[in-house]
Design a binder for this molecule. Structure first.
Ligand code: ZN
Length: 265
């Protein structure tokens, strides 16, 4: 049941195994201490935290199922305090990666009008009740997750979507180099924001995680670009391309010798 890295195996669906890390439960307890005064009963908090769990899980299933739909590999989803991680390996094409990444936030976009409708409905017929507070909170959680994930800060979903879009134009490595720099700037901005607004340690942990992943992304992009440059320097001179052009055996009347100097474009 418990895997080596301290995570609990929950269930398996569509060939994807869902794990929850023990620290998720610790954060649940800390959140409960912080938010228990909002509801008259701990049951409502359990429901709220369970809903956060479900929304993150649906988001990760979006990534995983989209990856499988384009012929990639996805077999594990891990939930931990910084959110969820779907271990996905889409085919190395910008279109496939774009779909695999966008499908996560797409789940939150689909949930948005449904939760808004529920919040308005309950707010009208049962205002100032725990149910109204709960639905409104779940709507805000989903909206918050969508906005945060869509920030163009690599490796957040928004940053990875930007990477896939730039990949179409600039190639994989150059695109990764640009979004990694943006990711690092974004992480520094997050630290600045945390200092300015006096936010808690959670924001710093997220910022350090983003900055660390951005540095790794930058190193990978540099390595790929350097290897490509070395391979280009080792390649034989391109003069050989003229040889591959076979001139017509019987030149047509009127053709000049000039046309023999280089292949037709
Ligand atoms: Zn995501």
């Amino acid at each position: 049941m418990v895997s080596r890295n301290g995570s609990l195996r929950l269930f398996r669906l569509f060939g994807i195994t869902v794990f929850v890390h023990w620290s998720w439960l610790l954060v649940a307890y800390l959140q409960y201490q912080y938010r228990r005064s909002v509801y008259p009963s701990a049951l409502w908090f359990a429901l709220e935290y369970g809903s956060l769990f479900a929304i993150v899980l649906l988001h990760e299933f979006g990534h995983a199922l989209a990856t499988l739909s384009v012929g990639g590999k996805a077999d594990t989803i891990m939930l931990w305090p910084l959110g969820g991680v779907a271990f996905v390996d889409p085919p190395h094409r910008p279109g496939a990666v774009l779909w695999a990444i966008f499908a996560g936030p797409l789940v939150n976009i689909i949930l948005l009008p449904l939760l808004l409708f529920a919040a308005i409905y309950v707010g009208q017929f049962a205002p100032h009740t725990s149910l109204a507070s709960y639905i409104w909170m779940v709507f805000q959680i989903n909206l918050g997750l969508l906005i945060f994930n869509m920030l163009p800060i690599y490796p957040l979903d928004g940053g990875q979507i930007l990477h896939a879009l730039l990949w179409f134009v600039l190639g994989y490595a150059q695109a990764l180099r640009i979004v990694s720099v943006l990711g690092f700037v974004g992480a520094a901005g997050l630290v600045g924001l945390a200092v300015w607004l006096g936010l808690g340690p959670y924001t710093y942990i997220v910022a350090v995680f983003i900055g660390w992943r951005a540095v790794i992304g930058y190193q990978i992009s540099r390595q790929i670009i350097r290897q490509a440059n070395e391979a280009a320097n080792r390649a034989p001179p391109p003069a050989a391309t003229n040889v591959t052009w076979i001139p017509p055996a019987n030149p047509q009347p009127g053709s000049t010798t000039n046309s023999w100097d280089k292949p037709p474009q």
